[in-house]
Design a protein around this ligand. Structure first.
Ligand code: MG
Length: 336
């Protein structure tokens, strides 16, 4: 098995702002896995919030020696052999996990959806993400997103309520909110959530910093809206502790370390009474399509990362106004 890493800069359609800053491009790493005449693809979209950079991804993947594994059908064994704790280098692990799944399903001639036995299940409709912006300029972004019936609005700033009021006045779309750990006290959090509930918001993602789990337990006990964990969730191990602090979790391949762990996370979340969203970082169609293939396991989808990019070298998952369709070709089913 041969691995080859290629760094690539995804260019964003608009500068994208969340509580952690503004970005105009997102560096990612594409991974090619070659074995027995089949080339499979994976992707890492490293995020500083989870301790990664493109250099750390390339270094980690470059340090792996897969020569003593006979073929990618040893997937479980290969993933268990990866060095370091499961929560370290998550997007680098995801790149390898995605490429192994792509290879196996290509080799066996089935799509990844078929490989997981999900072929005839419906996919949840995806939200479309609107980055934080001033109330004055956000109206234009909402008009541009007119074809999407579910919008996810990035908040966590002083003028949060004003922004949702402006948006509510110019669209009847379903609204979800992601505060990205932006509300630092329980009083701020419950005040904002109560106002947002009055404006018809469906649920709120990660209202408070991940370290404030006690505050989150209190918030869950009195919140009028469901609360979805994102920054609090990494691998399956992180889920049981969240059952009394959130109503659901947001799984992303770039946090979980790939598809295999993401599928395990769905089971643990169900056993803990939590709903499940499948989300993404800013990614090309490699990562987004991989997530799309297991989306039928989930209640909600937020798989718009590739739509925010102008130079995606691949196509795969189709997202038409939030309606998702995965390729039926073998493997991930990507086209260049
Ligand atoms: Mg989030």
């Amino acid at each position: 098995m041969k691995l080859r890493c290629t760094p690539y800069a995804l260019a964003l359609r608009h500068p994208f702002t969340i509580t952690r800053g503004t970005r105009t491009e997102v560096p990612v790493v594409f991974l090619e896995l070659e074995h027995d005449g089949i080339t499979a693809r994976g992707e890492a979209s490293p995020n500083a919030r989870y301790g990664e950079t493109t250099s750390s991804v390339i270094e980690y993947l470059g340090s792996l020696d897969l020569e003593h594994f006979p073929d990618p059908f040893a997937l479980e064994e290969i993933l268990r052999s990866l060095p370091g704790p499961a929560t370290a280098n998550p997007s680098a692990r995801a790149a390898l996990d995605i490429a192994l799944h792509d290879w196996i399903s290509k080799k066996t001639g089935v799509s990844l959806t078929e490989y997981f036995g999900l072929k005839h299940l419906p996919l949840p409709e995806s939200s479309f993400t609107i980055g934080y912006d001033s109330p004055r300029t956000i109206r234009g972004k909402i008009e541009e997103a007119a074809g999407y019936p579910i919008l996810k609005i990035k908040l966590g700033f002083e003028d949060d309520v004003e922004i949702i009021e402006v948006i509510r006045n110019c669209t009847s779309a379903r609204l979800r909110v992601d505060a990205n750990e932006g509300w630092k006290t329980r009083e701020t959090a419950i005040a904002r959530i109560t106002r947002l509930a009055g404006l018809g918001v469906e649920f709120v993602e990660q209202p408070m910093p991940a370290a404030q789990l006690d505050d989150m337990r209190w918030l869950k006990s009195c919140s009028p809206l469901p609360l979805i964990a994102d920054e609090n969730v990494t691998t399956a191990q992180s889920i049981p502790a969240l059952a009394d602090a959130f109503h659901g979790i947001n799984i992303k391949l770039m946090k979980s370390g790939g598809i295999r762990e993401a599928a395990r996370m769905v089971s643990v979340a169900r056993a803990s009474g939590l709903s499940v969203m499948i989300g993404c970082m800013i990614e090309s169609s490699i990562g987004i399509t991989a997530a799309g293939h297991i989306a039928p396991l989930c209640d909600y989808a937020d798989l718009d990362g590739a739509l925010l990019v102008t130079n995606d070298p691949y196509s795969g998952l189709i997202n038409e106004g939030g309606r998702l369709q995965v390729p039926s070709r073998p493997g991930l089913g990507l086209r260049e």
